[in-house]
Design a protein around this ligand. Structure first.
Ligand SMILES: *Cc1c(COP(=O)(O)O)cnc(C)c1O
Length: 396
């Protein structure tokens, strides 16, 4: 940690890499087969076992997974797909790749930062094809309510599970509630392969379609031909090259083995945050006090009191060696997505303006956490004092 995050006493996130990953990569190098093959098949089997999905397909990244999901479900120009705005921009961009139009819906509350089933229902038109649900911060969105809305209107549901590998709701893994789940193994996620992603589905036909689109629309792989299982191939769709490789798959298997324990460690740290911040900084809002299901605890979001100076808060944290971030600048306010008038997303805008993400990663010590809590109390006092002075200045 000291080497890679030298400027921070406590970075926002840190990866758990060790001898397991080194050995796994070395074994692949020594086998001398690097493109998608047996190691990837084993990674997919491990991931299907973790989620209980009938099919798991590894891909280059979660953005590619979302794109493939939309293509496999037949989204195209003229279609509308409802997405949250309080997400990483890839959720919306991937809808655009298919030619469909992302339509932004609001979050549910200051406690549940995922899609509001009521607001989703209000944005459905005759053109709506699907809903992409993001499990913000690793916490389960209200899947029963969202699936009920989708069913009422004949819509497909895709889950963006980038934050929530290992999370579940009512005993069912996140990523297996909708028709397709899209996971990310980017370097700051709960498990990483550097770049990487996974698709999950229970639908045999969709799995076949996703498999074809992942690799040029070709009916056989180089791996099949290498093993003597095929001599040639046909091309049946204008597919992509969204394959993962064996080195990443090997890292992924090692990371997956550590995921349950690392998610439990995240849960333990998050509970400590909640207990300690309630005493040290009670004005700080901590979403998901009433969370349902088993969270993957990817993020610890905090909401500053209205009127606080967020930049000052983050600057004070930085001065104490603590990295913070914002999840997220709302996608509908980016230049690319801003339209005349823009959609009305009052809760998203209010929450996004006050949100600060605190450090959370399995390797964080209790001493690190106490340092963050103490710094947050001081930074909050400074951010609020400034806000009071500014408000007084305006009043005069
Ligand atoms: C990280 C992330 C993505 C993109 O994942 P990549 O694997 O980097 O493509 C998509 N959606 C959400 C919510 C994310 O956090």
């Amino acid at each position: 940690m000291a080497e890679t995050n030298g400027q921070w006493r406590v970075p926002l996130a840190d990866i758990d890499l060790g001898a397991e990953e080194e050995a796994a990569v070395l074994a692949v190098l020594r086998r001398r087969w690097l493109s998608m093959g047996g190691e990837t098949a084993a990674f997919e089997a491990d991931f299907a076992a973790l989620t209980g999905a009938a099919h798991a397909l590894a891909v280059t990244n979660c953005t590619a997974a979302l794109h493939l999901a939309g293509m496999a479900l037949g989204w195209g120009p003229g279609d509308e797909v409802i997405v949250p705005s309080l997400t990483f921009v890839a959720t919306a961009n991937a809808v655009r790749y298919t030619g469909a139009t992302p339509v932004f819906a609001d979050i549910r509350s200051e406690d549940d930062l995922s899609l509001s089933p009521d607001d989703v229902a209000a944005r459905i038109t005759p053109r709506t094809r699907a809903i992409v649900v993001v499990h913000y911060g690793g916490y389960a969105a209200d899947m029963p309510a969202l699936l009920a809305v989708a069913e009422r209107h004949g819509l497909d549901v895709v889950e963006d599970v980038a934050h929530a590998p290992g999370g579940s709701l009512d005993g069912r893994a996140l990523g297996t509630w909708g028709r397709i789940g899209c996971f990310s193994f980017f370097a700051n996620k709960n498990m990483t392969t550097g770049e990487g992603g996974m698709l999950t589905t229970d639908d045999d036909g969709l799995a076949e379609r996703l498999r074809l689109l992942r690799s040029h629309g070709m009916t056989t792989l180089t791996w099949d031909r290498h093993r003597g299982h095929a001599f040639s191939y046909d091309v049946v769709a204008p597919g992509y090259n969204y394959r993962i490789d064996e080195l990443r798959a090997a890292i992924g298997r090692a990371q997956l083995a550590k995921l349950p324990a690392n998610n439990r460690r995240r849960a333990h740290l998050d509970a400590a945050y909640r207990a300690q911040l309630a005493v040290a900084a009670p004005e700080l809002g901590l979403p998901y006090a009433r969370a349902r299901g088993v969270s993957a605890h990817h993020l610890r979001p905090a909401l500053l009191p209205p009127g606080s100076d967020r930049t000052r808060f983050m600057t004070e944290m930085k001065a104490r060696g603590i990295q913070t971030s914002i999840h997220y600048p709302p996608v509908h306010l980016f230049s690319l997505y801003r339209r005349d008038g823009g959609p009305n997303l009052p809760l998203t805008e209010a929450v996004a303006a006050r949100e600060v993400t605190l450090p959370l990663y399995p390797g964080m010590s209790s001493g690190d956490l106490e340092m963050v809590v103490a710094a947050a109390a001081e930074a909050l006092a400074a951010a609020r004092a400034d806000a009071t002075v500014a408000a007084g200045g305006r009043a005069n």
